[in-house]
Design a protein around this ligand. Structure first.
Ligand SMILES: N[C@@H](CCC(=O)N[C@@H](CS)C(=O)NCC(=O)O)C(=O)O
Length: 212
């Protein structure tokens, strides 16, 4: 088995701690019980080597032997291919997991990310832009609420689709955006109560705090 190395920043300011996307990959690695190491790159000075792994100068990325993978969704998919604990072995189940993985990114995070930027900046006055992004997210949450009502996980057993969807919804929950969506809120609570998340979260917090 090759060494899995997850790279993240050496330090980030307080507000994003616990939400930096390496948590998705830590969570999957913990869930699968795959051995891995965490490597750091400077938050402030991003060199050419950094951009050769992540073309936008962001984190995280994952190396698996001579493979280097950027985009948290692609990393989760790669790990899902390596572990039955992360993705069903049945072809229908795999297809459904992949569909929800993309839905978490392209349909839900596409709405929740701009919304959370407004929330972070406190720019939530009655402007047309805020109203547009708030309505956009509400539309997605209404449908996710229907999907998650009466369902423990998105596709049978817990999978990478749940890691991604729960992490996306977790940021909305941080700003109390799930108050009117109890099935979504309970789903986030259920997912983040898993020991794999608890460890991943604590490890990320400790990693950044060590560089203060
Ligand atoms: N779509 C990318 C987004 C990566 C991303 O937004 N990374 C943030 C940390 S969570 C980052 O590196 N921010 C610093 C920057 O954009 O300069 C993924 O899912 O991996």
């Amino acid at each position: 088995m090759t060494d899995l190395i997850l790279t993240t920043f050496d330090w980030v300011p307080e507000p994003p701690r616990g939400y930096v996307r390496d948590i998705r990959v830590r969570w999957a690695l913990e869930e699968a019980g795959l051995p891995y190491r965490v490597n750091s790159v400077p938050f402030r000075d991003r060199d050419a080597e950094h951009f050769s792994h992540q073309p936008f100068g962001q984190v995280p990325w994952l190396t698996d032997g001579d493979l280097s993978i950027f985009e948290s969704g692609a990393m989760l998919l790669h790990l899902g291919e390596r572990s039955e604990a992360l993705m069903s072995v049945d072809s229908h189940g795999r297809s459904e997991v992949k569909q929800w993985l993309f839905a978490a990114l392209a349909s839900v995070e596409a709405a929740s990310q701009p919304w959370s930027f407004f929330k972070f900046s406190g720019d939530t006055g009655e402007t047309p832009m805020w109203k547009f992004f708030d309505d956009f997210l509400i539309l997605r949450l209404k449908h996710m609420e229907a999907v998650l009502t009466g369902r423990e996980w998105l596709v049978g057993a817990f999978s990478i689709a749940d890691i991604l969807m729960a992490d996306v919804l977790r940021l909305v929950d941080r700003f109390d955006g799930l108050a009117a969506y109890p099935a979504c809120r309970d789903y986030v609570a259920r997912a983040t109560a898993r020991p794999s998340f608890v460890k991943a979260y604590a490890d990320q917090i400790a990693h950044f705090a060590a560089a203060d």
